[in-house]
Design a protein around this ligand. Structure first.
Ligand code: IMP
Length: 193
């Protein structure tokens, strides 16, 4: 069995990676198994931050390492919350954060936005980044209760439902995370041959 370390202690992320990677013959590990210090995420892009997290774990354990970073970038707000998506308006819940974003866009003519997900993988061959982008726009109201985070205010391009109104499999088929994950799996499948 090949070992792979996921650079997160978020149990939901660990479970999702486990479900994808175990059937491919990987023994999936996560940060809860080792003593570690989180590196400072001081990159300027999603890809840089994912690489910073993956490098820290790769150097610490020597195991193939995976880390991801994702977020919502809104053009009218010059790309905010962007790489700060998880920390934006820290201490408030997403109902509040989503209300605030809609309010900040009340006079916007351009409501375009996108979700980005970068997955960094470091193995003996080197560093790889798999990226997915879901284009769309910010809705005028909060709608839907699937998904999480900013899903209730995000209208994927060409849809009149927010991504929180999509079923999980519908979102996964088009989402930034779905796309990045499929690229990662294609790479690992090729490696496993
Ligand atoms: P991280 O990738 O764990 O650093 O967190 C990214 C943050 O971006 C999340 O906490 C959410 O606020 C936001 N985000 C990323 N992907 C999604 C998504 O698919 N739906 C809604 N919010 C998301």
């Amino acid at each position: 069995m090949k070992d792979i370390m996921i650079a997160t202690s978020n149990p939901n992320k660990v479970r999702e990676y486990r479900e994808m990677l175990e059937p491919m013959g990987y023994a999936v590990h996560d940060l809860s198994e080792i003593e570690h210090e989180d590196p400072e995420e001081n990159g300027k892009t999603f890809a840089e931050n994912a690489l910073i997290k993956a490098r820290a774990v790769y150097h610490h354990t020597g195991m193939t390492a995976i880390a991801d970073d994702s977020g919502l970038s809104i053009d009218h707000l010059k790309g905010q919350p962007g790489i700060h998506s998880a920390r934006y308006l820290a201490g408030h819940d997403y109902t509040y954060k989503n209300k605030m974003l809609i309010r900040r866009l009340r006079n916007a003519t351009d409501r375009s936005a996108r979700f980005t997900c970068a997955i960094a993988l470091i193995d003996q061959k080197g560093e790889h980044v798999f990226e997915g982008v879901m284009e769309g726009s910010i809705s005028r109201e909060i709608r839907g209760d699937h998904g999480f985070g900013y899903d209730p205010i995000f209208l994927p391009e060409g849809m009149n439902r927010t991504s929180a109104e999509l079923l999980p499999e519908e979102k996964n088929a088009i989402s930034h995370r779905g796309q990045a994950t499929r690229k990662l799996l294609a790479y690992l499948q090729e490696e496993g041959k």
